[in-house]
Design a binder for this molecule. Structure first.
Ligand code: NAP
Length: 248
């Protein structure tokens, strides 16, 4: 028996990248799975295919995490269709990079709306069902740049710093209900988000990573699987860094 059998997990932003890897990993660990996408139904279908091939069950649902009403409807549907909700991974996230003098206020607001408000929306909506069943795991995606900062990412770094503060606060608020709240802070991972780096940027980056490579989606997904399991029940309010030793 695998460690998440009998558990229900929801992953936001599972249509590609890290979120797809997390969804597949949690399904492999035995969880019944729901995941969301925003704009790419084709990507979502690809994730479904991987999960079904591995013998898993899953629901793919369109939902913009920045819309609280849509998030509440999403959570109600997952609870109704899969019979509960034990694990939530707030993975959906965007970047709109630009130096501050050129960054438009809309680019700041959009990143905060998805990364920070979106995470808060989902946390708010899942709290009631998790409290009712007196058990829950909330895992939020932060980033190494929350701690170290990054030129051109003032909006993104601020959103992830907010996610870390939100994580610590909710951990204290929900601990007595047997709900743990942690964050995973990846370094630079091979995905669409980092494919945008130029060759020069990529090699400058590699020089700063003691392990000498970018991270993989699997590196992050394994950390999430660890925090989602019953065995991690005494860990809460923590930020788990998955960054190859890159200074945070
Ligand atoms: P990605 O490849 O760009 O994928 C982002 C996912 O989020 C997609 O599934 C996308 O759905 C979904 N999404 C975006 N906005 C959404 C919204 N408003 N509502 C619902 N879903 C939305 O990103 P990634 O690189 O896998 O990153 C995943 C998470 O890890 C993010 O939180 C990111 O900040 C964090 N992270 C990434 C890295 C890295 O190096 N890649 C490093 C540190 C942290 P659609 O495709 O359907 O639009």
């Amino acid at each position: 028996m695998t460690e998440l059998e009998g558990r229900v997990a929801l992953v936001t932003g599972g249509s590609r990248g890290i979120g797809r890897g997390i969804a597949i990993e949690l399904a492999r660990a035995g969880a019944a799975l729901a995941f969301t996408y925003r704009s790419s139904p084709e990507g979502a279908q690809e994730t479904v295919k991987h999960i079904e091939e591995a013998g898993g069950r899953c629901l793919a649902l369109a939902c913009d995490v920045s819309d609280l009403e849509a998030v509440e409807a999403l959570v109600a549907k997952v609870v109704q269709e899969l019979g509960g909700l034990d694990i939530v991974v707030n993975n959906a996230g965007i970047t709109r990079d630009q130096i501050i003098m050129r960054m438009k206020p809309e680019d700041f607001d959009a990143v905060i709306a998805t990364n920070l408000r979106g995470t808060w929306n989902v946390c708010r909506a899942v709290t009631r069902p998790m409290m009712k069943q007196r058990r829950g795991r909330i895992i939020n995606l932060s980033s190494v740049v929350a701690g170290m900062g990054n030129p051109g990412q003032s909006n993104y770094a601020a959103s992830k710093g907010g996610v870390e503060a939100l994580t610590r606060s909710l951990a204290r608020e929900l601990a007595s209900r047997n709900i743990t709240v942690n964050a995973v802070a990846p370094g630079f991972i091979e995905t669409d988000m980092t494919a945008a780096l130029s060759e020069d940027q990529a090699s400058a980056l590699l020089e700063q990573i003691p392990i000498g490579r970018l991270g993989t989606v699997g590196d992050v997904a394994h950390a999430i699987r660890f925090l989602a399991a019953d065995a991690a029940g005494y860990i809460t309010g923590q930020i788990l860094h998955v960054n190859g030793g890159l200074d945070s």
